[in-house]
Design a protein around this ligand. Sequence first.
Ligand SMILES: Cc1cc2nc3c(=O)[nH]c(=O)nc-3n(C[C@H](O)[C@H](O)[C@H](O)COP(=O)(O)OP(=O)(O)OC[C@H]3O[C@@H](n4cnc5c(N)ncnc54)[C@H](O)[C@@H]3O)c2cc1C
Ligand code: SF4
Length: 467
Amino acid sequence: MDKKLGNKIPRVPVRELDPAARAKHFEEVCLGYDLHEAQREASRCLDCPKPACVAACPVSIAIPSFIRQLAEGNLYEAASVIAQDSSLPAVCGRVCPQETQCEGACVLGKKGEAVAIGKLERFVADWSREQQVQFAACKPANGRSVAVVGSGPAGLACATDLARLGYRVTIFESLHEPGGVLLYGIPEFRLPKETVVKPEIARLQALGVQIETNVVIGRTLTVDQLLGEEGYDAVFVGSGAGLPKFMGIPGENLNGVVSANEFLTRSNLMKAYREDADTPIYVGRRVVVVGGGNVAMDAARTALRLGAEVTVVYRRTEAELPARLEEVHHAKEEGIRFQFLTNPIAVLGDEQGWVKGLSCQRMELGEPDQSGRRRPVPVAGDCLEVPADVVIMSLGTSPNPLIATTTPGLEVNAWGCLVADEAGATTRLGVFAGGDAVTGAATVILAMGAGRKAAQAIHQYLQQTSC
Ligand SMILES: Cc1cc2nc3c(=O)[nH]c(=O)nc-3n(C[C@H](O)[C@H](O)[C@H](O)COP(=O)(O)OP(=O)(O)OC[C@H]3O[C@@H](n4cnc5c(N)ncnc54)[C@H](O)[C@@H]3O)c2cc1C
Ligand code: SF4
């Protein structure tokens, strides 16, 4: 195998399902690399002495090192390099916004195309899952126990590291299945549940971690009870940010207006897209999705697969869309329409109380706001109507206040996020937190990184306290 080919060869394209065919079903769109393709792409990496890609990875995976092992055909070694810093590589390889992280910083991107780091990570992770490779064995049981609230990436990563350190770990999950957004939010066509998410969770259970579903912390049990009569030595809260936001415009309570979270939960968790499902899902003929993030793209592409014509309405331009580039590209390929610089001001209804469209204000871009993106400002007198049978609001989410309001001493900030230090320690002794519950809606890799950091902090805390 040639080494360090850089931009002398183009980035190896990844195989994907045909857009017209895949728009009608929920099978995974991206097929990934085979070994030959992966090694060829790996051979483009220059193995930079000061790799910008590592500095740009939120969990500092030793990227050139795993790519070198892959190029040389040492798949076990490649997988063990990744496993040092990531407990969900098959997930991250599929859903991380690589273009703004590792690949965005890759030196090859300056004059050509960045190394396809995400696709290589996915290849190695899929290989190691298929081979059922387990890397670090657990240390002997140390007699201490930790309760983890929530089974999303933050909770899963925290539980994995604590189990390996010898703790007895129980995850409490309010839904009937574990996985958090990986299960109920991100659709099957981006992140397969049976072949990717569930095996990752099974690997965690193989470490001895117990998962108790249908337990709502703050209702079924409180954090105080976990630390008291339930006998846990510490608690990690990774309860995410699942509370949807709405616009507060007239007509939002009409039939046919739903949050993206509800829509996606019906489809992903309750399998409403299947004909044999008990849970209904309604799309009508025309769906309008309001918003421009990953959640909006997922809702739009799900509605399309359920048979609707779909328009995404976004108040800025395409350049400001916060969704991953790949999702926007796939959405367009599949036939999703985009209506940019358009802001809904009212939902319009018929006599039966059902949605019939959106009244919108045309926008233009003004000065940058606090986020650095140019602020959309109304174009005076320029309004339009967009017809719709269903409107899906995808405007972001915030943490559910249940745990904070039922746990004395647990402080939240102005956005309702739990207050925690860098390591994840909250304002309540023995209670740690991380992921979307602390940052607000963010990314899988940041949640995973926060869970791992908190595991270390819990370990330090419990080493300083006696049994
Ligand atoms: C539709 C969608 C698409 C996304 N796409 C991407 C993407 O492409 N790339 C990316 O990096 N990120 C993406 N994200 C964001 C990413 O999924 C989240 O940032 C990440 O899942 C946060 O992880 P978490 O563990 O903090 O929380 P979550 O994944 O939200 O998990 C929290 C868990 O806690 C449970 N819980 C909540 N309250 C309680 C309670 N009181 N008691 C017990 N359990 C409780 C919840 O049921 C849930 O299972 C997406 C998010 C959504 C919604
Ligand atoms: S910056 Fe790009 S070329 Fe350099 S080590 Fe990272 S992936 Fe390889």
